[in-house]
Design a protein around this ligand. Structure first.
Ligand code: SF4
Length: 382
């Protein structure tokens, strides 16, 4: 059921009909309109108004119902699945990353080897480290000690798949996508109980790795809550975890990196100093270029709320004052012979002000795009 705006809520309240109890303040708000606006934002409970009609109460009881159940997997270490509220991430954000699960049979001859591979697997992307979320233990040699060992590594264990989860059978690719999509769509749009169970896809057979990776990627985006693999393939898992990190970030909060000084190619006193903002994509574009340049360099990354250079400049998240403070905190003055700092070409307008703020460095204009940095550096005369 669609959520109501403040104005739509107001139409149900006494003041909209000029009824007897209009603006009586019993709800703690000065007017019915004020109450309606708060109620629409779920900042107050509907029961505070003794005159709210049953029809409005029914709408709100539907709206607070969860579209998808939330299920916690594991005994001590918990992995959450489900609890999604929107069909498209830009409507709000996806809340619970698709859990990646490896099924391991304790009776198999290579059990120990496979377990160690899974436990030791981790990747770091944009300052976040990821591991497998869940191990599905099968076979006759499951012990409390084994479960304890796995969960101590930050991985949840299950010995059976919870009944509240719905398996979407891996049939043809199109059928699987259709079932996953219809299940999620119906759950979000109707909040019907029978569609509220989180879904999973179980890849039981070894298949072409490219096909497996492509299918799992699609199911991760639309709309499996958990994907189970019989085989451990770290290349596929690296791809899926990287994709998942992108899909399950809040689209209103840009990925950012820690503001500090980063070093490239063992910088010495002949190093070049660059400066940029802490938007992750900006950082990695610049970092890739600096790694490829045959010369040491420092990159001062400013605290700019994860905004790209031009956006940060427009929003005053990078100013001469912020940049000057980052330069001062960097402690680079005594580490380099040539006291020059190259700022992004897009910040050219800031040059004079920054120069006035840090007179002991010469502020120079760098390139407007990261890919131009290599040729730019070749032309420097120091
Ligand atoms: Fe309006 Fe109900 Fe609040 Fe009274 S209690 S002001 S009728 S919303």
């Amino acid at each position: 059921m669609a959520e109501l705006s403040g104005l739509q809520v107001f139409k149900y309240l006494p003041a909209s009909k000029k009824a007897e109890n209009s603006n009586c303040k019993k709800c703690g708000c000065p007017t019915c309109m004020a109450f309606a606006l708060k109620l629409a934002k779920t900042q107050v409970e509907i029961d505070l108004c003794p005159y709210a009609p049953e029809e409005l109460k029914e709408i709100f009881s539907q709206n607070i119902k969860k579209a998808q159940k939330e299920i916690l997997l594991g005994s001590t270490h918990k992995t959450k699945v489900g609890g999604e509220e929107v069909l498209f991430r830009h409507d709000k954000t996806f809340l619970t990353p698709t859990a990646l699960c490896i099924a391991i049979n304790t009776d198999c001859s290579d059990f120990e080897n496979k377990l160690e591979q899974v436990l030791n697997f981790e990747i770091t992307r944009i300052n976040e480290t990821f591991k497998i979320d869940v191990i599905y233990l099968k076979g006759s040699k499951i012990t409390p000690k084994l479960i304890e060992k796995i969960e101590a590594c930050g991985i949840s264990t299950i010995t059976e798949i919870p009944q509240e989860m719905k398996e979407v059978k891996e049939e043809t690719f199109a059928q699987t996508v259709e079932t996953l999509t219809l299940t999620r769509r119906t759950a979000i749009e109707t909040k019907a109980e029978e569609f509220s169970n989180p879904t999973y896809v179980y890849f039981k057979h070894q298949e072409n790795l490219y096909d497996l990776c492509a299918k799992a990627s699609y199911y991760l985006c639309k709309y499996a809550n958990m994907i189970i693999f019989e085989d451990f393939c770290k290349e596929i898992l690296c791809s899926l975890l990287t994709l998942r990190q992108n899909i399950f970030t809040d689209p209103q909060k840009p990925l950012q990196i820690e503001p500090k000084v980063y070093e490239f190619n063992n910088p010495d006193e002949n190093a070049i100093i660059f400066l940029t903002t802490n938007f992750a994509l900006t950082y990695f574009a610049v970092a890739n270029e600096l790694e490829a340049i045959d010369r040491g360099s420092y990159l001062i990354v400013t605290p700019s709320e994860g905004m790209s250079v031009l956006t940060a400049w427009s929003a005053e998240k990078i100013t001469a004052k912020i940049a000057a403070k980052a330069v001062e905190d960097s402690g680079l003055y005594n580490k380099v012979k040539v006291k020059k700092i190259f700022i992004p070409g897009l910040l050219a307008d800031m040059k004079d002000e920054l120069q006035a703020a840090i007179p002991n460095f010469e502020i120079c204009i760098g390139t407007t795009e990261a890919y131009l940095m290599s040729d730019f550096v070749k032309q420097l005369d120091f």
